[in-house]
Structure formats: C-alpha cells, structure tokens
Design a protein around this ligand. Structure first.
Ligand code: ADP
Ligand code: MG
Length: 643
C-alpha cells in the first residue's frame, strides 16, 4: 500500500467540484442562485454550444467588493452564514461557499463586479483553479460571471457531456426552476446569440408556465392557496386531463428553492387518485413558504432535498387543500382527448348514463366528511383512498360470476356485467374508435365469415374482462392486456421485418415541447424515424412532425411525441436504442389496444380471441402483467364442495 498523504487543495477542490458541478446546467444553477441571493431584479443568461463553450450570467444585484473577489472564488468562503447556528435558519439559496471555487477549478472563469457605492468595478480571472491578480475595470453595478471551456482540465467529465442540445435542455430546466420560483425577477436566456426566453417580472407565474410549457397547459391550471401554522401553500396544479408518465413536471418550491420531496409527491398522487388513469402523474407548480427554522436545507449537496420539521403536517395540508379544491372545481373543463380522459370523467359519464349521477354527489359529500374529520385530526394516517374514486370493482377478487345474473349493486360498482352486444351511446363512439384501429379492423375482416354464426362462448364482464369456457375450465382474460400483447408482437414483427407503416402528414404539425423534451426528440430523430415518426427542428422548443405511424392514426402527433419523449428522458442514462425501440413498441401497442373499460361487440370479442395464437407470450402483456387467469373445472368443483 502506498503511503498516506494529505491531498493537495487542488485535488480536494476537484473532488468537491465533482459533487456539485456535473454539467453546464449545474453551473447555470449555481450562478443563478448567487444572483438571486444578491438581490438582483434582472438576470441575463447567455450560453454558447449548450454551455460547454461559454456560460455568462449577468445580474444587477449588490455586487462584490474588489478586495473580496479572491475570497469569493476560494472554497468554504461565503457571506451568507457566519456560524454553525446559522445553518438552521438559512434564508439564502447558497450557504456552503463552494460553488464558485468548484466552477473555477474546472474552467476558465472571469468575475466582473461592482458595488453600488464603488466608482468602478474589478475583474478577477481564474484558470483551472489558479487565480490571476484582481484588475480594475469599468462595468455597471452588479456581477457578471463568465465560465468558458468547462471541464477543459477534467477530460473524463468532458467526455460525459452530451450533445449541445441535450445540455441546453438541462440548463433551460435550471432556468425554468429559478424563474418559476422567483417571478418578481426579470430573466432572459440566450443561446448561441439568439434570445430564447425573455420573462418580464410578474406577480404570478402563469405567464412563465405558458412561456415554458405552452398556453394550453397554462389555460388549464387550478389555483391553489392555503394557510397553515406559519406555512403558506400557493401556486397551481393542472387539470387532471393533463398528465405525464413521470413526475418530471411536479415543481415544488420551498422558500424560493426548487426541491424534491417524496412525501409531498405522495400527497399529490393521493389527491389525484381516481382522477387520473393509473400510472399517470399529475403536473403542479406549487410553492411552500415557511420560516427558515422549520426546515433543514443542509442535507443534500445540491440542496434538492430538504428535511422538514413537521413533514406530516405539510402532507395533510397539501392533501387537504387539493382535495377540497377539486371538490369545488369542475374538472371536466374542456373536451378531453382519448388518452387523457380521466378515470373520474369516464365513470361520471357512465354513472350519468345509468342515471346514477346522484351517486357522484353522494360520493363528494362523503369525501367532504372525511376531509373534515381529517382536518380535525391532521396527524391521523391519511385515508388510502378517496371515497369518490370509482375503482374497477372486483379487480383483486378471483371471479364474480353472480354479477352476470343479478342486477349489479348500484353503489360505486358502475361497471356491470353485460352481454357483449349491448350498446350504449358512448360505447358506440368507442366502437368507432376500435374500427379505426387498423389492426382491429383487420381482426374483424378475418372473422367476418365465421363470427356471426359462431355460438358465443365468451362473455365480457365489467367492460374489462372476457370470460371464456375451455376444455380445462374457464379463463378470465384481461381484454386490454391481451390485445396489447397481440399488437406488440405484430408491430415488433413488422418493425423487425423492415419498418412500420408510416403516414405522411399533409401539413407537418408543429408540437410545442419543453426545451429538454425538444432536445431529446431531436437528438433521437434517427431512432424515431425507424418508428415512423419523422421530426425536424422548427425553432425554439417547437418540433415539426412530418409523419408518424399509421397505427396511431387516432392519436394526435402531439400526444404521440409527448408519450415517446417520456421514454427518452426517463432513466437518466443514455438510452440503448434497442430498449428504446422496445419501449416504444410497448407504448404503441398499449395506445392502439382496446382499453380496459371499452365495451366490445360479440364480433370484436371473437376477433380478439381468434388472434390469441399470434401472441408468442399470450399469458403476459408487454408490461409483464398476466393477460389471463385460468380456473380449472377441478378448482371450481372444489370451491363448490362438489369434490
Ligand atoms: P455561496 O453562495 O454558498 O455563499 P458561492 O461560492 O456560490 O458560495 O459564492 C461565494 C460568495 O461570493 C457568496 O457568498 C457571495 O458573497 C459572493 N457572490 C457570488 N456570486 C455573487 C453575485 N452574483 N453577486 C454578489 N455576490 C456574489
Ligand atoms: Mg452560491
């Protein structure tokens, strides 16, 4: 073993830099936080080549005295705290005093700064940690920090930098967070000399949400406000018809700092439970403001996670506020699209059709009571399920055949066993959608000759499951899972055989995405093209879709692209083309398949069952859930005490 040695300050700083400065976006975040802490009213960010060539952040804040410039770039030097006690009431975004030192260690950094009371400014340059002498310069009041050639002396980090577009996407995300947390500050962002965002100061973040995420989302926000013991909760949540596959769009700000908090994310999920299809995540822009003493921010190197003194109370406040808000809000604001139709809407529509809309009213009243109880006793465990949620009944129970013969109970079990050819108004629409599905219609064609004559041996129950008699006993099939599996196999075969039928759009459709989404989409344009989705840059965060798979004809290009981008962005690592392709095939199959809840005609049921053999693994859907459960005759005989 070599001898133990004290590491040189330069090595120590490089190790520290590795923790804080991961990519250009980390630099942007740290410089923006310093500008906010300096009380700036305006912050201008400029970047070249995704920030790997140049990042400049200019503010009109308090400035740094010339003689303190060398201290600003040395490690563990800060003006924000003085003693360890201060750590427990941090009111600034920074406090560790290591960001500038870390950045300076791995780049060429120039600070130019002038205090309001100084006649002129001063400049300091640091190259790879080596500080040059401070020189006087003329400059406006405030601070400008320019970072060039990031990671020029740490080749390993440099190698990990992704395309300029991807890095820019991350940086825009950093700007988005700070800009949403501080709407009173004027922010601008330029990339390669082009102005990307100009966000004038505003009392409210709606305009910024529109700028970053599109007007459509900004128009469907629900305002939230509540006041607890010293804690103010405010901001917006999105109508449940807007959702994402991940929690990426859940913005949570604590005292002006963007944070992630599992408990609060859980509360959010609870509040939306039943309003959204399973697996979807709500969108929110919420801020919590509370005295600094009630929270410990010194638990995470990039300060993204914090520790609350009373996490349980915040949980209840968030959940309670959202639930009462949802009760008094008409959540069916606008015509919902097929994928975003929320479970509640669907069930409300069904309930209304069945003349049971008073049930929904009753459910809401029940929820009101529950809420009142919970507010009276906020520390009690939160209810695991809100009572107005209409859950598919019996999904965990093996079989409920009695439903077929007796009138269904009218409580929340709105779904009911029905003969497959019974149709209602709404199911006709769904049927039409089914027929639009290319594969669905092919199924039908192939069966046209025999379907109508064949004796019905399958029954659809609850618009979800098909019960089929076979030699061994009975099988209960998840209609969506089976169809999804069949489609998945078919599409995969088609793709492997050389391509997916792609449909050219008469007029290419512009789709607004967030910066990181647009970057990810363009970076993977080739891969998307293999899937029949052709995209081109259209300037800013807009991407032009010129063709997409014919199989997804009943979804809009925007929906297709937003779905795909979730796959591209989640996971955090460079996606393997093969995995991605497979992910997308799953998605396409899932979207094109009949839904859990779609009523099917006898012909459709027969068609679906006739294709079972096409599914190589017909017992599992592509997500790995079972597609069918088998109850043998012996099982049944034993259950009924016949043997
Ligand atoms: P921290 O923000 O944790 O204090 P930094 O390394 O980010 O540590 O900054 C060190 C110090 O430099 C800050 O405490 C602050 O006094 C000063 N400083 C940095 N950026 C600015 C700025 N934009 N305006 C005024 N002062 C700044
Ligand atoms: Mg700082």
């Amino acid at each position: 073993m070599p001898k133990i040695q004290q590491l040189s300050p330069s090595v120590v700083n490089k190790i520290a830099a590795g923790e804080v400065i991961e990519r250009p976006a980390s630099v942007v975040k740290e410089l923006l936080e310093n500008a906010v802490d300096a009380g700036a009213a305006r912050i201008d960010v400029a970047m070249d080549k995704g920030g790997s060539e140049m990042i400049r952040v200019a503010d009109n804040g308090c400035g740094i005295p010339a003689d303190e410039l060398p201290l600003a770039v040395s490690s563990h030097a800060t003006s924000k705290i003085e003693s360890a006690d201060d750590l427990f009431s941090v009111a600034t975004l920074g406090f560790r005093g290591e960001a500038l030192a870390s950045i300076a260690e791995v780049s060429r950094l120039v600070i130019r700064s002038r205090r309001g009371d100084a006649d002129s400014g001063a400049e300091l340059e640091v190259v790879g940690g080596a500080a040059q002498p401070v020189v006087p310069v003329g400059c406006p009041v405030g601070t400008t920090i320019e970072v060039r050639n990031l990671f020029f002396n740490t080749p390993v980090r440099h190698k990990f930098l992704r395309s300029a577009q991807t890095e820019m996407g991350h940086s825009i995300e950093a700007v988005t967070r700070l800009a949403l947390a501080h709407p009173q500050i004027h922010f601008t962002l330029a990339h390669n000399g082009r102005l990307v965002h100009d966000l004038p100061p505003a009392g409210d973040i709606r305009a910024r949400i529109a700028a970053f995420f599109g007007q459509e989302l900004a128009d469907d926000l629900i305002e939230i406000h509540s006041q607890g013991d010293g804690v103010t909760l405010s901001g917006y949540v999105a109508n449940p018809m807007h959702s994402r596959a991940t929690g990426r769009m859940q913005y949570l700000f604590l005292n002006g700092r963007a944070i992630r908090d599992r408990a609060l994310q859980h509360a959010l999920g609870e509040a939306y439970r039943g309003l959204m299809l399973t697996g979807r995540q709500p969108i929110c822009f919420l801020r919590l403001d509370m005295p600094a003493e009630l929270v410990d921010v010194n638990v995470h190197p990039t300060k993204q996670e914090v520790r609350f003194q009373d996490s349980g109370r915040l949980y209840s406040q968030l959940l309670g506020t959202l639930r009462s808000k949802f009760l008094t809000t008409d959540l069916r604001a606008r015509g919902a699209s097929p994928i975003s139709t929320s479970a509640l809407e669907e069930n409300e529509a069904e309930a209304a059709a069945a003349g049971t809309s008073e049930l929904v009213a009753w459910a809401k009243q029940q929820l009101g009571k529950q809420l009142a109880e919970q507010q009276a006793n906020p520390l009690a465990a939160p209810p695991t399920q809100s009572s107005f949620v209409v859950e598919p009944s019996g999904s965990h129970e093996p079989l409920r055949l009695h439903r077929i013969d007796v009138p269904p109970p009218r409580r929340f079990d709105i779904g009911q066993a029905s003969l497959p050819d019974v149709q209602s108004g709404t199911s006709e629409e769904k049927l039409a959608a089914f027929h639009r599905r290319p594969v669905g219609s092919r199924l039908e064609d192939s069966l046209a000759s025999r379907a109508s004559a064949s004796p019905r041996n399958a029954l659809q129950v609850h618009n979800r499951y098909l019960v089929v008699e076979n030699d061994a006993g009975i099988e209960v099939i998840d209609q969506h899972a089976l169809h999804e599996r069949i489609l998945y196999e078919q599409i995969r075969e088609t793709v492997l055989a050389g391509g997916l039928e792609s449909q050219k759009l008469l007029v290419p459709e512009p789709v607004d995405l967030t910066a990181s989404e647009a970057a990810a989409v363009l970076e993977h344009a080739e891969l998307l093209a293999q899937l029949g989705v052709e995209v081109q840059p259209f300037g800013g965060e807009t991407v032009l879709v010129s063709s997409y798979p014919a199989m997804l004809a009943n979804l809009s290009p925007a929906e297709v692209l937003r779905e795909l981008v979730e796959n591209l962005l989640s996971g955090g690592r460079q996606p393997e083309p093969r995995d991605l392709l497979d992910d997308m095939l799953h998605m396409i199959a899932c979207k094109a398949a009949v839904k859990f809840g779609d009523r099917l005609t006898a012909e459709e049921i027969d068609a679906l069952l006739a294709q079972r053999h096409l599914a190589q693994d017909q017992h599992h859907c592509p997500h790995g859930r079972p597609t069918a459960l088998v109850f043998t005759r012996e099982d049944l005989d034993r259950q009924f005490k016949r043997i």
